[in-house]
Design a protein around this ligand. Structure first.
Ligand SMILES: Cc1cc2nc3c(=O)[nH]c(=O)nc-3n(C[C@H](O)[C@H](O)[C@H](O)COP(=O)(O)OP(=O)(O)OC[C@H]3O[C@@H](n4cnc5c(N)ncnc54)[C@H](O)[C@@H]3O)c2cc1C
Length: 354
């Protein structure tokens, strides 16, 4: 396995559960603090707008994490729910609700006039719709990948930290490290996140590394209590577009956006600069009332790969190797499932294709 992020570790988990001998390589520490899978929280949801294919995968994604919680001995999911705010005409909510009705996931309209009372942190100007959605909440990625590593070591998985893979041979399932050492296996899975195009150059025609930014903030004291019990918020506004993870135990309040930069070097600094957060700070000031009174605790840059239609890529790249590049900023919630499907394909001799 090349890559100890959620996709690599979940594939290792799926293989180990099926009795395979597994080795995991990562160019950094395991788990790796600069990977996309190492952060305080990630949103999960059944609501997926026009991306119906992913909405329909979500019941299995939740079920696979439930199985993972059993194996690692605790859940890292907080079902706080999701509230989506609309400020212009937008089909995202209706498209999501159609899938949710089919999947039997609950939701309810919130009167726009009731928002200031219910969610005093929200900027009410220009709001046209608000919907509360069940089947959504917060995952804790750093805790998940850390517990997975501990669990997998109990299952006999071999870890090779600070071991950069320079080349792979998909014909023979052999790996060459940056310092020239060879490792021989039966099958290789490349789950190298934003670095994947370096090991699989042909991927560069479909997926682009993208430098993204998030801000961790402290709210003004008069709103701090409401934030403690807040759900995940999505603001769909063109200029105010943000996603927000509330401060749950062990985490801070985090705001990000889904504007892909499609630029940057994954080996670059993880400290976000003024340019990285310019759009996000403006959007947050349109999403949240009195945002100027929030304190910025950290500006963090992070990387992932982006495909034009945000679809994941999973396919064989030779008789003895597969690629798992599942991201576009929405892959964590589906990581356990994608990894388990990859492992199942290897076990059945029918490589998983997505
Ligand atoms: C800011 C941000 C917010 C996000 N929000 C959400 C969200 O709310 N919900 C959601 O579902 N998803 C979200 N995502 C997406 C999600 O985090 C990613 O899809 C997921 O973490 C990708 O996991 P991965 O295992 O593919 O990659 P990574 O976690 O990046 O792991 C890849 C690993 O491969 C290693 N590697 C790379 N090249 C080599 C090499 N040559 N040799 C050895 N090791 C190598 C790297 O060191 C790294 O550790 C977000 C991502 C970001 C960045």
């Amino acid at each position: 396995m090349v890559g100890a992020g959620i996709n690599g570790l979940s594939t290792a988990w799926g293989l180990a559960r099926r009795g395979f001998e597994v080795a995991v390589f990562d160019q950094g520490a395991i788990p790796n603090p600069v990977s996309s899978s190492f952060d305080e929280h990630r949103a999960t949801r059944h609501a997926y707008g026009e991306m119906h294919r992913y909405a329909r995968m979500m019941p299995a994604a939740f079920a696979t994490y439930e199985q993972m919680w059993v194996d690692i001995g605790r859940s890292h999911y907080d079902p706080v729910g999701l509230v989506v705010f609309q400020r212009e005409d937008d089909s995202w909510i209706n498209a999501s609700l159609a899938d949710m009705d089919e999947m039997g996931i609950g939701w309810r309209e919130i009167e726009v006039t009731a928002v200031p009372e219910l969610y005093p942190m929200i900027a009410p100007e220009g709001l046209t719709r608000a919907v509360a959605m069940e089947g959504a909440g917060v995952l804790f990625p750093s805790r998940i990948v850390t517990d997975l590593v501990v669990h997998l070591s109990l299952k006999g998985v071999a870890f090779h930290a600070n071991t950069k893979i320079a080349a792979i041979d998909p014909e023979t399932a052999s790996l060459t490290t940056a310092d020239g050492k060879q490792h021989q296996g039966d099958y290789i899975v490349i789950a190298a996140g934003a670095w994947a195009t370096r090991l699989v150059p042909e991927l560069a025609t479909e997926a682009t590394p993208s430098r993204q930014a998030v801000i961790f903030v402290a709210p003004p004291v008069e709103l701090a209590t409401q934030w403690q019990v807040a759900p995940v918020f999505f603001d769909l506004g063109k200029d105010s577009g943000t996603y927000t993870l509330p401060p749950r135990p062990g985490t801070r309040l985090k705001i990000g956006d889904h504007e892909f930069t499609r630029r940057g070097d994954p080996d670059g600094s993880r400290i976000a600069d003024d340019g990285d957060v310019e759009r996000l700070m403006k959007a947050a000031s349109l999403s949240y009332a009195g945002f100027e009174r929030y304190s910025v605790l950290e500006r963090k840059a992070c990387f992932y790969t982006v495909t034009d239609d945000e679809r994941f890529i999973a396919r064989p790249i030779g008789p003895k190797a597969s690629l798992l590049s599942a991201c576009s900023g929405h892959g964590f919630k589906l990581g356990a499932l994608m990894g388990d499907l990859m492992a199942k394909g290897i076990a059945q001799g029918e490589p998983f294709v997505h």
